[in-house]
Design a binder for this molecule. Structure first.
Ligand code: FES
Ligand code: MG
Length: 597
């Protein structure tokens, strides 16, 4: 493969000039040139050696969390032009968490594949990735990682804070709270709906530290957006200014040849893992970060989350792990303030390069929290040892637990101090998918009580398909009315990043491919030991083997061609849910695609 720099930069040519200015093949050049002039550009402009910058547009009316980008793109374009570039906007496949069935997670890899083809096949020298709603950020970063064209993330930003009857109403988190109040008979269906809608008062993505805020913060922590980008609420004027600065910056990045592979190093990923703990970030972050790492060719695995992240403290007081929402997080200093606090305590690698062109340490300088009620210091955190735990046992090779949302009561029961009793022997209640859970949860014959653990299976990448956000199961109504609002839950699916449930989730391998959860039966004894990080079915070995021998994989019905393709190639959540055939492709921009004229 020819190195981009030697091929294009040494002879003074940009990649886009292979399309727009190639005297060796005038017919080809003319065909490209004549039609792109219909965007209003002159041939002279397109042949002048100005970087052509793509704007990967994720906003649409199907993807309202990112709709702000339809307006921000004018400011991005202004920045690109002012820095001497030529902007070209193009759409990506819509990814809306609350709109797409069976789940937007199924489409993350579809948007990724589409973006790779666009970045590889069109006359682009760099790209602005417009992110926001949960899967848009990883899909874009995965695509940029594979192609390795200079790329910069522009987050759309969270919605304004939601309010309901004088109290903060946070995206998603209010749904899980309302679900309990409904089960207890304290609110009715109408109030349920009105409370939920009050949490979404403006354009922007979820205003809690759910998957959207987490993944945009991860993009910034990885060094892929300008400092301060992630937390600016979507409607604020600072967001428009950030769009302009981002547009300017990408043009310089093309001249500097500053590509994702120079930013997305293993040290940058370790920094991101540490920031995820301090944020109280979503359980969806580990699989997405894993996927980005694999596509850029960096070694990372689930154990890294525990090894580098678990011992760190929770600093950010934001729902679901804390109290507040995005506006206050922004005013407290956002991601740079969190990273400043971590850096001050020696937790970050400050040498890594960021898209700003500077070392991380230089971008943070002496930035600290501007509001210590919202962003605490490492010396005075909200919670010690607040990262993800990685569990294993005969039910799965790995599963995650988000310890920052474990309540004090729950902590005392299951994650007690050394020396105290810390194993929990429970009776397993097993649901085959969300439909089975909803249909049978309140059946008294199941006899669900405080000594049960709820399991759900058939909800992973292959099983659901795409992996469902269902592991944060609520106990039966009768138990909730009696004050038992949480039981331990386990599953091969995911849960919403806005959930405060201390679930054990993302269990890999999933049941439908023969993971241990497949052999569990209602009423089996299971033993949970959080201090040893194990969960095991306490079933006689011969009996367990007999169940394995008699097991046949369930028939999976595909409703669309994409589901069939996806299921045939997707991996497990522990590996990022990537396609088996895709992770071997790196730095595509080093090879020009052929021309058909
Ligand atoms: Fe789109 Fe939460 S639903 S960000
Ligand atoms: Mg979700």
């Amino acid at each position: 493969m020819t190195d981009y720099r030697s091929k294009f930069k040494a002879n003074g040519k940009l990649r886009s000039e292979e399309w727009f200015n190639n005297p060796n093949n005038p017919a080809m050049t003319a065909l490209y040139l004549e039609r792109y002039q219909n965007n209003g550009y002159t041939a002279e402009e397109l042949q002048s050696g100005k970087p052509v910058i793509g704007i990967a547009q994720s906003g649409s009316e199907l993807a309202p969390c990112n709709k702000i980008h339809l307006f921000l793109s004018e400011r991005i374009k202004a920045g690109i032009r002012d820095a001497g570039g030529i902007p070209i906007e193009f759409p990506i496949h819509p990814l809306h968490e609350n709109g797409k069935r069976p789940t937007a997670a199924l489409d993350r890899n579809l948007a990724y594949l589409g973006l790779v083809e666009v970045l590889h096949g069109y006359p682009l020298d760099g790209v602005v990735l417009t992110t926001g709603c949960d899967k848009t950020t990883p899909a874009m970063l995965m695509g940029a990682a594979t192609v390795d064209l200079p790329a910069i993330v522009l987050s759309g930003g969270p919605m304004l804070d939601g309010w309901w009857k004088g109290e903060l109403a946070g995206s998603g988190t209010i749904i899980w709270e309302s679900r309990r109040l409904l089960a207890e008979g304290l609110i009715d269906y109408d109030e349920f709906i009105r409370r939920a809608c009050a949490s979404a008062p403006s354009l922007g993505h979820c205003n809690t530290m759910g998957t959207a805020s987490t993944m945009n913060a991860m993009a910034e922590a990885l060094g892929m957006s300008l400092p301060g980008c992630a937390a600016i609420p979507a409607p604020f004027r600072e967001r428009m200014a950030m769009a302009y600065e981002t547009g300017k910056r990408i043009v310089h990045m093309v001249h500097e040849d500053l590509t994702p592979s120079k930013v997305l190093t293993r040290d940058a990923f370790i920094n991101a893992i540490r920031v995820a703990t301090a944020l109280g970030g979503s359980t969806n972050a580990p699989p997405h970060i894993q996927a980005i790492a694999r596509h850029v060719g960096v070694e990372l695995d689930m154990q890294d989350w525990q090894d580098y992240g678990f011992d760190l403290p929770l600093l950010v007081n934001m729902q679901p792990a804390g109290k507040y929402l995005g506006e206050r997080f922004f005013r407290a200093g956002g991601v740079p303030a969190v990273m400043g606090e971590l850096m001050h305590a020696g937790y970050l690698n400050t040498e890594v390069l960021t898209v700003s062109g500077m070392r991380l340490g230089d971008t943070l300088a002496d930035i600290r929290s501007a509001d210590t009620e919202m962003i605490r210091s490492v010396a005075d955190p909200l919670r010690e040892k607040a990262g993800f735990l990685v569990l294993s046992g005969n039910l799965f090779d790995s599963a995650l637990m988000k310890s920052s949302v474990i309540s004090d009561d729950f902590r005392q029961r299951f994650l007690s101090t050394p020396g105290a009793e810390h194993t929990f022997i429970a009776r397993a209640i097993v649901f085959d998918g969300p439909e089975h859970y909803h249909a049978t949860l309140n059946d008294p014959a199941l006899g669900i009580d405080q000594n049960c653990i709820l399991f759900i299976r058939g909800t992973g990448c292959v099983g659901f398909p795409g992996s469902a956000e269902v592991v944060n199961m609520q106990p039966p109504d009768a138990l909730v009315k009696a004050g038992v609002t949480h039981l331990p839950t386990v599953g091969d699916g995911r849960q919403s990043g806005t959930s405060e449930s201390p679930s054990i989730l993302n269990a890999s391998p999933e049941s439908v491919v023969g993971g241990g959860l497949a052999y569990l039966q209602n009423g089996d004894q299971v033993k949970l030991d959080l201090n040893l990080r194990t969960l095991n079915a306490v079933v006689d070995r011969d009996e367990w083997q007999r169940r394995k021998d008699n097991w046949t994989p369930p028939e999976l019905e595909n409703q669309t061609p994409w589901e069939e393709l996806y299921r045939n190639h997707v991996g497990q959540l522990a590996d990022g849910g990537c396609f088996d055939f895709a992770t071997k492709f790196h730095r595509l921009r080093n090879a020009l695609p052929r021309d058909s004229h």
